[in-house]
Design a protein around this ligand. Sequence first.
Ligand SMILES: Nc1nc2c(ncn2[C@@H]2O[C@H](COP(=O)(O)OP(=O)(O)OP(=O)(O)O)[C@@H](O)[C@H]2O)c(=O)[nH]1
Ligand SMILES: [Mg+2]
Length: 582
Amino acid sequence: MHVLATAGHVDHGKSTLVRALTGMEPDRWAEERRRGMTIDLGFAWTTLAGGTTLAFVDVPGHERFVPNMLAGIGPVPVAMIVVAADEGWMPQSAEHLAALHALGVRHGLLVVTRSDLADPGPARAQALREIAATSLGDVDSVCVSPVTGAGLDELRSALGRLVAGLPAPATGAPVRLWIDRSFTIKGAGTVVTGTLGAGRLRPGDELELTGADRPVRVRGLQSLGVAVDEVTAPARVAVNLRGVDKDAVGRGRALLTPGRFVLTDLIDVRVHGDPVADLPATITLHAGSAAVAVHVRPLGADTARLRLRTPLPLRIGDRALLRDPGRHHVAGGVTVLDVVPPGLTRRGAAAARATELTTMDGQPDLAGELRRRRLVRRDDLTRMGVDPGRDAAPWLADPAHWAQLRERLAAEVGKHAAAHPLEHGVPVEALRHLLGLPDRALVEALVEPPLTLREGRVSAGTSALPAELVAAIGSAFDAGRPFAAPEANRLTELGLGVRQLGAATRAGLIVRLTGTVILPAGAPEQAVRTLAGLPQPFTTSEARQALGTTRRVVLPLLEHLDSAGVTRRLSDDRRVVVTPPS
Ligand SMILES: Nc1nc2c(ncn2[C@@H]2O[C@H](COP(=O)(O)OP(=O)(O)OP(=O)(O)O)[C@@H](O)[C@H]2O)c(=O)[nH]1
Ligand SMILES: [Mg+2]
């Protein structure tokens, strides 16, 4: 299925056209039919000759209902722009087009209706000129008259060509269903509808609902009036929700894949349109089907910080638009650059931030986020829309910052050892505090030989070992390949016999998997993090490849992890990680 939104000035024949194409009535309300005018969004659908289903979101053209129009086009990336042959380009033709452009809509076509009333040529030429100057670029155009039926077949073919050229939808992406309608059905309870732009939905799915403090469950699904077991984007969908009051789920709320969006009330954006300095201090942000008042703090020439009156589920790269309702003016589009921006309290922080924003373009960028944030939770990155990669560690750090923390940790441990020679190391919690870190797990992750972690304390555990032994152990390993255990003859070469290896093991410098298979301390923990990132369960050979090692190492390593209870061996010899790394 594909979903298109109509656009165009009042009375230019949008609804008449949708009615002619679908045989359905998009004007759902008696008042709309009495006044011959669309007030709110209408929904209708049809199947083309080739079997493709098209759903239409029919919007009102009257100036007073522009907010309803925006709720309709916000979640729909394809437009059918309608202009009447006898009236030509009019103010809401321009305003609707400005809105599509602000949202960065790239796909659409022009339909010149009421072609029986006047020569459609001039209206078509002007509309094509206006559209060509926007994100839609050069579009196909068809002249029709639903009254005489002229041009409708040609329009169906043009619609078929348009949707055949649309990019494939991201069906594996998280769901963000912007709600455009909610109602109750006797016996079934609350139903919400929306345009599913990405991902898929199934009955039984648990979702977050913006504005609600508990997750909700999908009780049933309909698409185009029929109950279905699954809906894949793009699609119109009606979702029956369990245990949700209709009044809690109006237009502008959204149903979300859990853990994949930040509900934010503070965003940094790039504005495409009016200069930021000309924006009013308060303006309306339209995103998806939502409209919220925002306070604008200009930062650069085309960047600003927006404080939202109500939080919205936004991600880096989202497009939205700013409209001044008082002046009936679309001020421009915005690209979301940051959904968890830093505070600007320090002197000069705003200017520095403005400079930083010039380098950001709304493309999620892992290295850039790590550099700017230094230390960030994996889950938080995912919610922002940044792929944290395969490493399953709960925190990610900027490499330079991490190296610096390692040095500071070693210095603190050294200082403590000098001051308290009889104490065995420093408590992890004390180090967490000294380094100003948010989580003890970070201190533990920073510990690497020669430092050791024992019973909640970090010590320079090798101080009791002869320096030559520490040096020999150091040269037995390759820093970049923690799972490459040195061969037995290499150990002999380095003078590392049973006694030496025993001492190094006791000092916490190495882990001994078998008599001669040794790994650096911390390697098993690192292995668990990598293994937790594999599809579960995994085979020995998958583990070996993921760790970049050999069977000689991976077999005893997995047994070591089994006996520590962090992995479990299944009857078919595959394994699962049972205790995810903390
Ligand atoms: N002669 C003629 N009249 C048409 C044609 N298409 C629409 N109309 C008439 O134009 C008027 C407006 O049509 P609608 O379809 O309601 O226009 P609309 O764009 O949906 O209007 P809003 O939703 O209120 O913005 C109606 O009286 C229609 O009967 C056409 O091709 N030829
Ligand atoms: Mg209409």
